[in-house]
Design a binder for this molecule. Sequence first.
Ligand code: HEC
Ligand code: HEC
Length: 288
Amino acid sequence: MKLSIFAAGFLVICAAIGVAMLVLHRPASEPNLVVSAGPTAPPASWPDYSANGSGFIRRVMPGGDLIAHGYKLISQTYAVIGPEVAAPAMRFAGNNFACQNCHLDGGTNRSALPLVGVYKTYPKFSARSNRVISLAERIDECMTRSMNGRKLRDDSREMAAFLAYLRFIAEPESVKAEPAPPAAQPASATRGAEVYVRVCAACHQPDGLGRRRGSSEAALGYEFPPLWGPDSYNDGAGMDQFLRAVGFIQHNMPRGTDPAHPQLSLQDAWDIEAFLQSKPRPHFDAAR
Ligand code: HEC
Ligand code: HEC
C-alpha cells in the first residue's frame, strides 16, 4: 500500500483495513465509524472520526480535520449540506438523506455500494456521461440524483473534504457488486406490495416515507430513510436502476442482514423492487 502521506501510526490502522473491511450492524443514530468482524474477515477497527470522538485522526494526521469533515459529510450529510441547515447557501442536498443511507457504514461496507478503493479508479469512463469523468464529477452525480440536490462548488471545502475522505479509504481495491441474476418468475409489484408490508414497513413505515430522527426541520436526517416520495432519491439515481436495487436490497435489507445469508429470496427482492418502481419519486432535472 502506498500510504506515505499518512503518519506512521496510521499505517497500522490502514494495514488492518487492508485485511478486514466488513459489515457491522449498528444503530443508524451511532455516528462513530467502526468496522467489526464480518463473516469472512478478522476484526479490525477504524479510527473514530465523529465530532465527539477521540480526535485521534485530527491530531496525528496531515489533513486530519478535512478527512474528519469528509466523514461527517458522508455519515451526516443532512446536518452539513442538507435542505434544513441554517444557512441557505449551504443547502446543496435536496433531501434529508446521508450518503451512508446507501453507501452503508461510511462507505466501508463491502456488500453495500462500498466507496473503499474507489478513489484510485478515477478519472474513469462513465457510460452515463459517455466520457471520462473525475471523482468530483461522480460525487456531483450522487448529489444531483441520489440526494436530489445540486452540484457542489469544485473549490468548496465540502468537495475537498469528500475527496480527502475517499482518498483516506483509497485502499484496498474497490469491489463492485455483480448485477442481480434473473428470478424464476417475472417481477410482480402485487407480490412486492405483500413483501413490503411483511418485511419493510416496520422500519420504512407503511407509507414508505421513512421515520425522521427528532422533529422534522431539525436537520437530523432519518432513522429509517424513505423509499419513495418527495424526500427520496430521484428517478435519475443509481438506486432507481432495477438490478442494482435488487442486489442492494437482497443483500442488505432488513438492515443488519448478513449478506452471505440473505433473508429475502431473489424472487422477493425482484418483486419488492417492482413495487418500489411503481411508487412516485422526484424527477431528475438535468439543468440543475
Ligand atoms: C440513494 C442511494 C445513494 C445515496 C444517498 C448516495 N449514493 Fe452514491 N451511489 C449510489 C449508487 C447506486 C451508485 C452506483 C454504484 C456502482 O456504480 O456500482 C453510487 C455511486 C457513487 C460513487 C461512484 C462509485 C464507483 O464505484 O465509481 C461515488 C463516489 C458516490 N456514489 C458518492 C456518493 C456521495 C459522496 C454521496 C452523498 C453526497 C452519495 N454517493 C449518496 C447510491 C447512492
Ligand atoms: C430493521 C429496519 C429495516 C427494515 C426491516 C428494512 N430496512 Fe431498509 N433501511 C434501514 C435503514 C436503517 C437504512 C439506512 C441505513 C443506514 O443509514 O445505515 C435502510 C436503507 C434502505 C435503502 C437505501 C436508502 C433508501 O432509503 O432508499 C433501501 C433501498 C432500503 N433500505 C430498502 C428496504 C426494503 C425494500 C426493505 C424490505 C425488504 C427494507 N429496506 C427493510 C432499515 C430497514
